[in-house]
Design a protein around this ligand. Structure first.
Ligand SMILES: C/C(=C\CNc1ncnc2c1ncn2[C@@H]1O[C@H](COP(=O)(O)O)[C@@H](O)[C@H]1O)CO
Length: 233
């Protein structure tokens, strides 16, 4: 750099001078280091997890609800089929799946997210990692799972579901079964995808087959096991 572009201080001065503003901590280059550290921490924590399935669902599901019981069942059944269970580590359906997994003697993983109203990881998580960034956390859900089981949920669950379908549709991931558990809840969405989106041509008919809808926990687990083995055509 020359003339007016020459900085008024050197990099070493900025490193060694202790006085001054801490604003730099909140700049994008510094954020990149934090983002990187989230990936390093996540990869390190999960590298030896073994076969796992990510289970999603509403943070608002109440412990006395049928969906909570379904979440417990699916957590338990996945462990009995040899999988670790990964959730968002929060309350509701996430907690239910972690509880089922833990009670069945399996590995119960919670990938928490920093939120303004965060309550911390639920008590049924035995391997937990906390993230600041949704996108780093979402990479872990896909990278360390061989399928998704999706319980009834809201925007967070829909985001996770549609990200997974998009990754499969665009072949960013292969052999990735996605099971929607609860036909009363998810049936309307599938009807809309078929009757409106596919009918308009914005979604391919073939891509609808990426989603399996069931009420049966055993079928959900079987789909994850069988689909994971089947070669993609
Ligand atoms: C709403 C409340 C707490 C939220 N706490 C969460 N902790 C961890 N993960 C969460 C939380 N909220 C959303 N998520 C992620 O999105 C999915 C659920 O979102 P939905 O909108 O509730 O469907 C879930 O799978 C998580 O990955 C206080 O009760």
């Amino acid at each position: 750099m020359r003339r007016s572009k020459v900085p008024v201080s050197t990099t070493d001065q900025r490193l060694l001078d202790t006085e001054g503003s801490a604003d730099w901590l909140h700049t994008d280059p510094w954020r990149v280091m934090r983002i990187q550290s989230e990936f390093v921490t996540g990869f390190g924590a999960l590298a030896e997890l073994g076969p796992a399935v990510s289970v999603f669902g509403s943070a608002r599901t109440r412990p006395d609800s049928p969906v909570y019981a379904l979440g417990e069942q699916v957590g338990r059944a996945l462990v009995e089929a040899g999988f670790a269970v990964i959730t968002g580590g929060g309350p509701g359906a996430m907690e239910a799946a972690n509880k089922g997994a833990l009670e069945a003697g399996g590995t119960s993983v919670g990938l928490g997210i920093e939120l303004p109203f965060e309550a911390g990881l639920n008590e049924h998580v035995d391997l937990g990692v906390n993230f600041r960034y949704f996108f780093a956390r979402k990479t872990m859900f896909v990278k360390y799972a061989c399928g998704f089981v999706v319980l009834p949920g809201g925007f967070g669950t829909l985001d996770e579901l549609f990200e997974a379908v998009t990754l499969v549709q665009t072949q960013k991931v292969t052999r990735f079964p996605i099971v929607l558990l609860g036909s009363d809840y998810w049936g309307g969405l599938l009807d809309w995808l078929r009757g409106t989106a596919a009918a308009e041509g914005t979604v391919g008919e073939r891509d609808l087959a990426l989603l399996t809808l069931t009420d049966d926990v055993d079928e959900a687990v079987r789909t994850v096991v069988d689909d994971g083995r089947r070669p993609r055509g």
